[in-house]
Design a protein. Sequence first.
Length: 317
Amino acid sequence: MRNFLDFEQPIADLEGKIEELRHLADDGEVNIADEIGKLQTKAEKLLRQTYTKLTPWQKVKVARHPDRPHFVDYVHGLIEDFTPLAGDRGFAEDCAILGGMGRFRGHSCVVIGHEKGHDTQSRLKHNFGSARPEGYRKAIRLMELADRFNLPVITLVDTAGAYPGVGAEERGQAEAIARSTEKCLDIKVPLISAIIGEGGSGGAIALATGDSVLMLEHAIYSVISPEGCASILWRSAEHAQAAAEALRLTAQDLLEHKIIDGIVPEPLGGAHRDPAAAIQSMGEALEAELEKVMNMDGGARRARRREKFLAIGRDDH
């Protein structure tokens, strides 16, 4: 059964009527194909109208939709012979960040990303995609491995932010995030990043400091969540909608300000309506960006990447 967001209720009502009519048609009592066709056309038109004028707060809800494809889905759909690699070789395994080696469109590569989980049990296992320091240290280890063996790196970002718990802070959360960001800027191999859902705070940028940063059409990317921003500025998370407007967290805003390099279209109604199509669309975009930097000299590639991020915010950028 499809999960509908609150602003999708008119669409849900129409699709509910279509399902009712289909059940009647299956019984063979009446021929109502024409009526079903009209309702489908009406529902598709309403869906298109809704998704072409989403507000930033609505995009936040779409980016967080539980049925959006996650890291494991992208690996299953795009990466052949994936071999997961675990542990930071220092403290523990963190399941909020997964990674390993595989083949992407003929290229051997290292793939790293946040995993939120699909149900209660897996969400608890993956800590809802909020990594602890050992997750970022594992990412550093895998990036070093990629650099040593001249393998391109693909990172898939989907996190509300790094885990803010006491244990994480005691084990050096801020330092781990900074080191991971530094490692992104230090490796000489290609690094292509994609925001596939939420890109929250330093927990996102620690994996997203790439040669090219892509975003799905309805993904979000921000220094802080709308709720966190509202809690600081208004002392209440009730103002999250206003915060979302002010944060300029949509892919369209970020492309305009040259924070990201490209927007990957989603299927009509969002990636959660057709995960397979969204995954393949992202695969095409990742391949195109990878081809742009594959043949560059490693030192020149690293220098270009560093300058790209140093230039953000400059008047001439």
